[in-house]
Design a protein around this ligand. Structure first.
Ligand SMILES: [Zn+2]
Length: 153
């Protein structure tokens, strides 16, 4: 049978299971960054003394000068809202009554994209100070969602 006919007659989908095993790691910097969130409720960055730049989330190499970064800094749990948006549609496509508020929160010279909570959407402003609200220590798993949201400070 010519190749084109075989391709045209090929099934579009196969049923069954394909066993896949893999392990995702956070890498050297991510491991320490998420462990600090989980175990200590702290947000860490790494400082490049050559560029005087604090990476948040922590990085193991400076993306500007490529220096290896081993100076860890606690950047605190408060940051500044650099930008934000309102989400009115959930993952399942349904419309939300109240928007989820997603912001970029500046910490050090970087920052995190995360939810804002305990705030009326009309009161959100660029430049406002917000503080991380962590899950209780026993419920943290080493994820960015160990921070439930950021609230106004
Ligand atoms: Zn650098």
């Amino acid at each position: 049978m010519p190749l084109l006919n075989r391709v045209m007659n090929a099934p579009a989908a196969w049923q069954g299971e394909l066993p896949v095993t893999n392990r995702y790691t956070f890498g050297l910097a991510g491991e320490k960054f998420f462990r600090a969130i989980k175990d200590e409720g702290r947000i860490l960055g790494t400082h490049c003394s050559h560029c005087d730049h604090i990476y948040v989330p922590a990085a193991i190499f400076c993306e500007r000068c490529l220096a290896r970064l081993d100076e860890w800094v606690d950047v605190g749990t408060s940051g500044i809202v650099d930008t934000f948006t309102f989400l009115y549609v959930d993952l399942d496509g349904s419309r939300r009554e109240t928007p989820e508020i997603i912001a970029f929160i500046r910490l050090g010279d970087g920052g995190l994209v995360h939810r804002l909570g305990d705030i009326d959407p009309n009161d959100v402003e660029i430049g406002m100070m917000v503080e991380a609200v962590f899950k209780p220590a026993g419920e943290r798993i080493g994820s960015i969602l160990d921070i439930e949201y950021f609230k106004p400070q």
